[in-house]
Design a binder for this molecule. Structure first.
Ligand SMILES: Nc1ncnc2c1ncn2[C@@H]1O[C@H](COP(=O)(O)OP(=O)(O)O)[C@@H](O)[C@H]1O
Ligand SMILES: [Mg+2]
Length: 206
């Protein structure tokens, strides 16, 4: 398939979103199950006591079949929430069957602000062991292209400095992989990308 110039990020985002939109409901269901089988094997998931995941929109691959398995292991589950009064960054709010939810300005379900602002319900990203991160595109070095808002890059910018750092596991449909993606100075590298067909880890050079 011919793709536009690798530096034309908006066009590449459109193409990759088009690919995953073309998946049927049954393909989505199978992909979600296959993804979760792979996630359960990853050391970064198996050792995590506090993990964040997301509720899928726009044909994103669905990581939520992992939830019953995580609950059985007594892992605390968090969802990303748009931070009030903090431009385009995220905090992570405890999520269980009783969490009151609303739809945010992107139409994504998230814990409601009155719940989320309470300190005991939320964590900054550095306090999580592992984040399961959605993406629009990835490449064989596990580089990530997101929705274009830079939300995760901004929320994880502390990882440029020494200190505690969570593992970052990107998740996607196999059809979201391209040979190589442009990397921007502010992009925070992922630990790995898991898809329905495999796991990609960056090959360290130098
Ligand atoms: N740490 C940061 N601080 C301020 N702005 C940031 C930061 N990280 C990313 N951005 C901004 O977010 C925008 C989108 O980032 P980009 O990496 O293209 O999106 P995505 O990661 O969602 O694919 C960029 O224009 C960039 O300036
Ligand atoms: Mg980025």
């Amino acid at each position: 398939m011919s793709l536009t110039s690798p530096n034309d990020k908006p066009a590449l985002r459109r193409e990759l979103k088009r690919r995953r939109r073309a998946l049927s409901a049954e393909q989505q269901r199978q992909a979600a199950l296959a993804l979760c089988q792979r996630l359960k094997q990853l050391p970064e998931i198996r050792r995590a006591k506090r993990i964040s995941l997301y509720l899928p929109v726009n044909s994103e691959i669905d990581p939520t079949p992992l939830i019953p398995w995580l609950r059985k292991r007594r892992v605390a589950i968090y969802l990303p929430v748009l931070r009030p009064f903090s431009a385009n960054s995220l905090w992570f709010v405890a999520y269980d069957a009783n969490t009151p939810m609303i739809h945010n300005r992107f139409g994504i379900a998230e814990p409601c602000p009155r719940f989320a602002v309470q300190r005991r319900h939320r964590l900054p990203a550095w306090a999580l062991d592992t984040l399961i991160v959605p993406l629009v595109g990835f490449d064989r070095q596990a580089n990530r292209m997101g929705m274009g808002g830079g939300f995760y890059d901004r929320s994880l910018s502390f990882m440029r400095h020494p200190g505690p750092a969570p593992a970052l596991i990107g998740v996607a449909h196999a059809c979201q992989q391209v040979a190589s993606l442009p990397v921007e100075p502010w992009d925070i590298p992922l630990t790995a990308v898991a898809s329905d067909t495999g796991v990609v880890r960056p090959i360290k050079t130098g």
